[in-house]
Structure formats: C-alpha cells, structure tokens
Design a protein around this ligand. Structure first.
Ligand SMILES: Cc1cc2nc3c(=O)[nH]c(=O)nc-3n(C[C@H](O)[C@H](O)[C@H](O)COP(=O)(O)OP(=O)(O)OC[C@H]3O[C@@H](n4cnc5c(N)ncnc54)[C@H](O)[C@@H]3O)c2cc1C
Length: 465
C-alpha cells in the first residue's frame, strides 16, 4: 500500500546510480528482511529501502525524500518500541550496513557508525577493556538509543550515553553533512543529546570510553513473589546508599523453564535483582551481601563474568519478532504505596515475555544539570518500565489493556516525566513530559534545523509551540 507515496520507476533508477549501498523495492530479494523491525506489531512496507553504506547514501536519501515530498523513516538498530523505524510507503533509510566501530585506545574514544549495535560496540571496546554506557540488550542500536538518552549498567558510574557523547556527524533536512560537539554547532549538540532523530540523521557518533572489565561481578538474586513486598522495601532502602559502581535493577518476571531454577518454580512470578558491579570484585562481593539476605532466594548466582557476556544476558528474553507494548514513568522515589501498586498489578503478569522493572537512576546521572542538554530527568530516583511481550495477535487487546491499567495506577507516584525512548506508539501527548523544562528550547531548535518538520517519524517535536 503505497497510495499517494508511490515512487516513480525512472526516478528510482536515477537514484540507484547515486547510491553505493543496495536500493530495494517491494518484492525484491532482501526487501522483507530489511523492512522487518524488532516489534512485530508494526509491519510496514516502505516504497523504497536505501541500505546506506556511507554518509553520501544518507545525504542522497534525504535529498530524494525531501525533494519528492515522500515520508522518511530512519532505522538504526530497529528496536523502537513504537515501531517508528519503518514507514508505510515513502523512503526507509536502513543504516544497519554502517556498523563500523573504531577504538582510539590512547585517547579513550570510540567513533561509531550509526548502524552498529551495542554488541558490535562492546566487542570492539572490550578488546581494550574499555566501555561506555550501553543498552542492557546487545541487539539494541547505538544510534536510536543514544539520541534518546541511553541508560544501562554503567550509567550510575559514568552517566548516560548522552553524557559520554563527545561529537556527532549528522545529515540535516537540507541534505548537508554537519558536525555537532561542544564547539561545533553547540545548539544542535545540545538538542541531539536526548532529542532523538528530530534534527537530522546521525551518521557517526563519538563516545568517551572508560576502563571496564574484562570481568565484572554480575548475576541474579531471585526471590519468590510472596516475599516481594519485603524484598522491594529492603531493596529500596539499600539502593539509596549504594555506591555508583553498583547497578541493581529489580525485575518482576516469570521464572524461565531452565535448569538453574527449581522445576516447581518454573512459570511462577518472581522478583529478580539483576546485579552488575564494575569496581573491584572483592569490594563488590561485600557491597551486594545484604541483597542476598532479603528473604530465602530461589536463585543466588552472582560471580565474576566477562563484561561483554553480561551485556548479552537478556538477549534471549527479548527476541525480535514478538509483539511488544511499552509504558514507563520516572519515579522520584519508591514509597510503600508505589510498591503495593506494583505488586498488585504485577501479580498477574500476562504474556510469556512480559516484564516490569525498576532501574535506579542517581549517581553520575544525577550530577548533570537538567538543562545541560535535551535529556532532562536528572533528579529521578527510578526509571519504571512495564514491557508486555507476547506472540499471538489475538492477545493484543488483553495485553495492551493490562499495561495501560498498570501504568495509570502508577501515575500518582511519577515525577510526571517519562524517558522518551520508552514511549509507546499512542503517547504523542507525553512527548512534552519527556522533555519537561527543555521542551520549549527543543521547539525553537527544531525551527532552526528542521522548520518543515521533515524528520517526523520519531517522538516528534513539531517546530511550533
Ligand atoms: C530489547 C530492548 C532493550 C532495551 N534496553 C535499553 C536500555 O538498557 N537502556 C535504554 O536506555 N534503552 C533501552 N531500550 C530502548 C532503546 O533505547 C530504544 O528502543 C531505541 O530507540 C533503540 O534504538 P535503535 O537504534 O535500535 O532503534 P531504531 O528503531 O532504529 O530507532 C529508534 C528511533 O530513533 C531514530 N533513529 C535511529 N537511528 C537514527 C539516526 N542515526 N539518526 C536519526 N534518527 C535515528 C529512528 O528513526 C526511530 O525514530 C531497549 C529497547 C529494547 C527493544
């Protein structure tokens, strides 16, 4: 269904001559593979897919879509919860062939092409025992993740991905290549650190690196759901004073049917404390000791492991091709009422892959001025996320309703803000909340860099108030 966005055949032939990567039309070999994104709820058919291999291809793709008035979608790792990395008709710029990661060991910098995943990144950086804040699932794209903020196991030690971004190259709405950093187009640099793909198509990103690994202390301490109230209260009190080197997410999941867990617990709802300590292993063992004694765990496995392997722990639990629905809140704290509400809703946990988690913020994240860049949530204590995951389309209504009900019940405990990368497709009315006090400055920036709102397949910031 291309309708009004049908693309003329001669135009495509002329365009293809300008492009070094593949250009795919519906029905051609590789087209279906290139258009498929992580969340199977979105099954879109672009009129043309440009598999970009260099910045020139991106510039030509932007030029084509802009001059022909075609919708444009941009795909980095394709993991957008709201499915905005593909479009119906129009032009899809698939950046996945641009996946080079170059490490400058001396200057502790990484220059990354925007089709790289965090798995690509960690593989290269860990060769030098270096890293930066990265997604907790290795298949997530570096670019979409970073442009929205980027939380992860290293964030309390080293800040968000945007706090480690030192420069970017972007293709703007008029198909020009520009650099953005503290000294080059600093207004644009302010905006892309949280403002998503609103201002251009990033083609490369440069990150500061930190010593990490090769081994870190990591694992899981899993408690029964009947102990969850007590576990979460103690967890909250513990986290308040925990060192920055400790990342400890509290997940509510169904116990997977694997040998590590007693068989009689398989399929039960449980509370899973996911621990990653990036300081000295011996110190970490002491730090996490209280977390092991919150009740009687059904699994307690926290050991030194390669950091790159830790970064892949959750890949199997979040496979591509399922149906997913996401809702989130930033929380200023975790009062007993919030814990009770979480447990009341999470007890049901419908959908085989559904998870709910609390991600402690604080540490280095909270030491950045909320106006220093577009990402504003510096005083939040937790990022709270309900992520429903299931297979059968007949379950869509039940799972989305459950997620909405849970999310609504948690609203009284929210800062009112939300992490932009976790917004669902039906939350355009929450984009202002995602930017808080920085929203108006982003609107003004959009007027400068994209006054026609050409880049709009994203959590869109229209160029008017
Ligand atoms: C399994 C899973 C685990 C996750 N874990 C984390 C986590 O630990 N921490 C966290 O912070 N977030 C996490 N996220 C959320 C993640 O940050 C977002 O889904 C993010 O958008 C994914 O980036 P991507 O490149 O894969 O997505 P894409 O779907 O390719 O892109 C997302 C959006 O960004 C735009 N975009 C992508 N690349 C570019 C570019 N180069 N230039 C301009 N615009 C671009 C797209 O057009 C789209 O609007 C996770 C998501 C999933 C699905």
């Amino acid at each position: 269904m291309q309708g009004e966005h049908q693309i003329d055949g001669d135009l495509v032939t002329r365009f293809t001559r300008r492009i070094r990567g593949d250009v795919l039309r519906p029905g051609e070999a590789g087209y279906d593979n290139a258009r498929t994104i992580w969340n199977a709820r979105f099954d879109r058919r672009p009129g043309l897919i440009v598999r970009c291999v260099q910045a020139d291809d991106v510039m030509a793709g932007v030029d084509l879509a802009s001059s022909e008035g075609l919708p444009l979608a941009v795909r980095g790792g394709g993991h957008d919860y709201a499915g905005r990395s593909a479009c119906e008709g129009g032009v899809l710029l698939d950046l996945s062939p641009m996946s080079q990661v170059r490490i400058d060991q001396e200057r502790k910098l990484a220059k990354v092409q925007v089709g790289a995943t965090w798995g690509d990144f960690d593989r290269e950086a860990q060769a030098f025992h270096l890293g930066t804040t990265a997604a907790t699932v290795s298949t997530v794209g570096v670019s979409g993740y970073t442009l929205g903020g980027g939380t992860g196991h290293l964030a309390r030690s080293h800040g968000l991905a945007v706090d480690n971004l030192v420069a970017a190259e972007l293709v703007t709405a008029d198909a020009q290549l520009v650099r953005a950093s503290e000294t080059e187009n600093p207004d644009l640099f302010w905006g892309i650190r949280g403002g998503g793909g609103n201002f251009g198509v990033a083609v490369s990103l440069e990150f500061a690196l930190h010593p990490v690994g090769p081994n870190v202390l990591a694992g899981q301490i899993v408690y029964r759901f009947e102990d969850a109230a007590e576990v979460l209260r103690s967890y909250r009190d513990f986290i308040t004073g925990a060192p920055d080197q400790l990342a400890c997410y509290a997940f509510i999941i169904r116990v997977p049917p694997i040998e590590a867990f007693p068989e009689e617990r398989h399929g039960e709802v449980a509370i899973d404390l996911v621990v990653v300590y990036t300081g000295a292993i011996a110190d970490g063992r002491k730090v996490i000791e209280p977390l092991r004694a919150l009740a009687n765990p059904i699994l307690d496995w926290v050991e030194p492991q390669p950091y790159a392997a830790v970064q892949q722990t959750f890949d199997a639990g979040t496979p591509k091709g399922l149906r997913w629905y996401s809702k989130a809140h930033m929380l200023p704290g975790l009062p007993d009422g919030a814990i009770d509400t979480i447990l009341q809703h999470a007890e049901l946990l419908p959908g085989a892959f559904t998870m709910v988690y609390l991600e402690p913020m604080g540490g280095a994240i909270g030491r950045v001025d909320p106006t220093a860049m577009a990402f504003p949530h510096r005083d939040a204590a937790y990022n709270f996320h309900v992520l429903a995951g299931w297979q059968d389309p007949d379950e869509d209504e039940r799972l989305t309703q459950w997620t909405r009900g849970f999310h609504q019940a948690m609203a009284p405990y929210s800062t009112g803000g939300v992490y932009v990368n976790l917004l669902g497709e039906d939350e355009s009315d929450r984009i202002r909340a995602a930017y808080g006090g920085n929203y108006q400055q982003l609107v003004e920036l959009k007027r400068v860099w994209d006054p026609q709102n050409f880049f709009r397949m994203n959590n869109n910031i229209p160029p008017y108030a």
